[in-house]
Design a binder for this molecule. Structure first.
Ligand SMILES: [Fe+2]
Ligand SMILES: [Fe+2]
Length: 194
């Protein structure tokens, strides 16, 4: 399924975004497939919520662009990251924001990306924001990002089904915006029915 979705990569995007996606593809195939999937889910899900599909698509496609600056021995590690690796990996958020700023993306896009690892209960990073201190688009992106991370194959673990991924997120619902999660669940149920 991951490859099927990534093949839906629309060419209806600007040249800068295309260029950055190609840079991610050169760096790491797992990250580019994840980025394309998250872009696709963001575009389609956000449209059902009445947001601008193109902006949401860009946010999803480029949310992890900062991984371009993460060393390969961490990014492509075949075992789970150590806490030291994880601290370095967290920096991808600032790198993403820096790259997006450098290429002239607007603040809505930069902020959505900058806070996508914050969690509703304050347990996320980098700032430990809580609840509606976290921008709406970052809260949506957090759900979509976690969902694709769980359903995609990673080097150090197997993937789970869409149904199981939703269950796993639901168990941890205090970390996510529950209202958007309920809507996302309906969206995924619709997308994968039959
Ligand atoms: Fe990320
Ligand atoms: Fe991600």
């Amino acid at each position: 399924m991951i490859y099927i979705i990534s093949q839906l990569f629309s060419h209806n995007i600007d040249d800068t975004t295309k260029y950055l996606i190609n840079q991610i593809k050169e760096k790491d195939i797992v990250t580019v497939v994840h980025s394309l999937n998250v872009g696709y889910y963001m575009k389609e899900f956000c449209k059902t919520l009445g947001f601008d599909g193109k902006i949401c698509y860009t946010i999803g496609l480029l949310h992890d662009v900062g991984k371009l600056y993460i060393d390969d021995d961490i990014l492509k590690k075949k075992t789970q990251l150590t806490s030291h690796d994880f601290e370095k990996m967290k920096r991808h958020i600032q790198y993403s924001a820096e790259i997006l700023r450098e290429y002239g993306y607007n603040d809505d896009i930069i902020n959505a990306v900058l806070y996508h690892h914050e969690r509703w209960d304050g347990s996320g990073y980098l700032q430990g924001l809580k609840g509606d201190q976290i921008p709406t688009m970052s809260r949506i992106l957090a759900i979509v990002d976690s969902f694709d991370a769980l359903t995609s194959l990673r080097l150090y673990r197997n993937s789970v089904s869409h149904y199981e991924a939703l269950k796993i997120i639901e168990k941890d619902i205090n970390k996510y915006d529950e209202n958007y999660f309920i809507l996302f669940k309906d969206f995924i149920d619709d997308l994968y029915k039959d």
